[in-house]
Design a protein around this ligand. Structure first.
Ligand SMILES: Nc1nc2c(ncn2[C@@H]2O[C@H](COP(=O)(O)OP(=O)(O)OP(=O)(O)O)[C@@H](O)[C@H]2O)c(=O)[nH]1
Ligand SMILES: [Mg+2]
Length: 245
């Protein structure tokens, strides 16, 4: 009887939760993408005006449910001095969304270097990567073939993992649903990184912003602190010295 009831409870109130990192250079459109995603996938979510988004110092957190699957996004700041913090999150993540600004040809090689460094990290081995060629609403932007050519010497470093390049506009929402649905499929089938079991009777905030949270907080495992700001201020602020900006 206990087994039956606990099975029923799990079926009704538990989700498989996957952590997805959103990475890319500053100004690529990561936070805009996160807001657009939350608006599309969370009923009743009143997102902030996309034009009011400013550069991220630390990280933003967002959660969406796609069927029985929950994705928790960690949107990290992309400025050069913040990129050294990205790898603190690799071991905990199930997927990466790498955002490229398709209108910024000048910084494409800088973006490629950051991408290359990220994909060659052992802590991310086998993790699916969705590359978003963002800002495709701008007429003069680089096309997908242009971007693939610029990133071509990364191909043999990608290794055995799912990888997709998707045209996207975080501003208009083009390509957002397709990208998210692809990511859900990939993380679910990746048996090497099983999900966390998450009780959905506890509903995380969908729009938390954390400005000084450079590493996962050891006392709350980087989860509660990212969604319940008050309970986390002291553990997280103890990590502040690591963020040298
Ligand atoms: N035209 C256009 N502009 C976009 C798009 N996505 C983002 N932007 C703009 O690009 C700028 C930077 O967007 P953010 O979302 O703050 O970029 P970010 O990658 O989070 O930057 P950091 O937080 O500094 O790492 C903002 O002015 C956005 O409005 C897009 O799809 N199309
Ligand atoms: Mg941002």
């Amino acid at each position: 009887m206990y087994t039956l009831l606990s099975g029923l409870y799990k079926y009704m109130f538990q989700r498989d939760e996957y952590c997805i990192l959103i990475l890319g250079l500053d100004n690529a459109g990561k936070t805009t993408f996160l807001e657009q995603t939350k608006t599309r996938f969370n009923k009743n979510y009143k997102g902030m005006s996309l034009s009011k988004i400013t550069t991220t110092v630390g990280l933003n957190i967002g959660t969406i449910d796609v069927g029985k699957t929950r994705l928790m996004f960690w949107d990290l700041g992309g400025q050069e001095e913040l990129q050294s913090l990205w790898d603190k999150y690799y071991a905990e993540s199930h997927g990466v969304i790498y955002v490229i600004d398709s209108t910024d040809e000048e910084r494409l090689s800088e973006s490629k270097r950051a991408f290359e460094k990220m994909i060659t990290s052992e802590a991310l081995e086998g993790v699916p990567i969705l590359v978003l060629a963002n800002k495709q609403d701008v007429e003069t932007c680089l096309s997908i073939p242009d971007i693939k050519t610029a990133f071509s010497d990364c191909i043999n470093k990608i290794g055995k993992r799912d990888c997709l390049t998707q045209a996207c506009s975080a501003l208009t929402g083009k390509g957002v649903n397709e990208g998210i649905e692809w990511m859900v499929k990939c993380v679910v089938r990746n048996i090497h990184r099983p999900p966390r079991k998450k009780d959905i009777t506890w509903q995380p905030s969908t729009d938390a912003r954390h400005f000084f949270h450079p590493v996962l907080c050891s006392s709350c495992d980087g989860r509660e602190c990212c969604t319940m700001e008050d309970s986390c201020l002291s553990p997280c602020s103890s990590q502040m010295e690591l963020l040298s900006i």
